[in-house]
Design a protein around this ligand. Sequence first.
Ligand code: AP5
Length: 222
Amino acid sequence: MVTRALDVVMLGPPGAGKGTQAKRVAAAFELLHISTGDLLREEVAKGTALGEEAKGYMNRGELVPDELVGKMLAKRLHSQRAALGCVYDGYPRTSAQGILLDGLLAELGRRVDAVLYLNVPDSDILARITGRRSCPSCGAVYHVRTQPPKVDGVCNACGVALVQREDDREEVVRERLRVYREHTAPLLDYYRGRKILREADGGLSPDEVFKRVREAMETVRA
Ligand code: AP5
């Protein structure tokens, strides 16, 4: 039996848990996890021309121009690993990006099958983001209080010292939230109109959120 590719968008404000859940969904449903934030941070770390251009926008909490992010996404989407489907984490973020994703998928005879919206109150977001620590080597994400590593400040898998993201400072987080409301939240209506939006309470524990996300995914697969 040939299984059709499955393409799922994770939508939600900064710190909603998109990355945390996208990794689990990708593993459980054998999809490629495409995080535009992670890809951009890799470019910055490598000091590429794209990274140099993106860095300023990211550190200010602004969106990197659609064209730059679009090219990066198209490359991943055309890779062999994307053939069975993808979880898009942090993409799309503007209406233009939503239209581009539809176009890229249509060229492959695919479409966005579901949009998982993680709804988290603003009051939780700041605490989540300021407590986040990540591994610069494997990308694992922790939280100093809710998901601490076994040894304080050290990655469980790599033994490397954890770091805090440049854009996780409070004033930058406030700007990211403003940008989310202005440019990204309107996509909720775009996908609601297509009847593919599924909402999960992102304020629960990561395991509880995943339970709900998995249930929503099963209805998409059915
Ligand atoms: P990006 O990296 O995509 O950042 P974001 O969307 O702001 O999302 P975050 O990574 O902050 O949060 P998340 O929802 O993934 O939460 P996480 O799982 O880590 O983008 C960064 C920047 O890159 C942008 O500002 C922009 O400049 C640029 N960019 C990226 N994509 C772009 C695009 N398409 N177009 C233009 N520019 C783009 O969880 C957060 C914390 O909470 C962690 O510590 C985690 O352990 C903890 N946590 C997770 N779930 C729970 C839970 N259920 N309960 C308690 N704690 C939890």
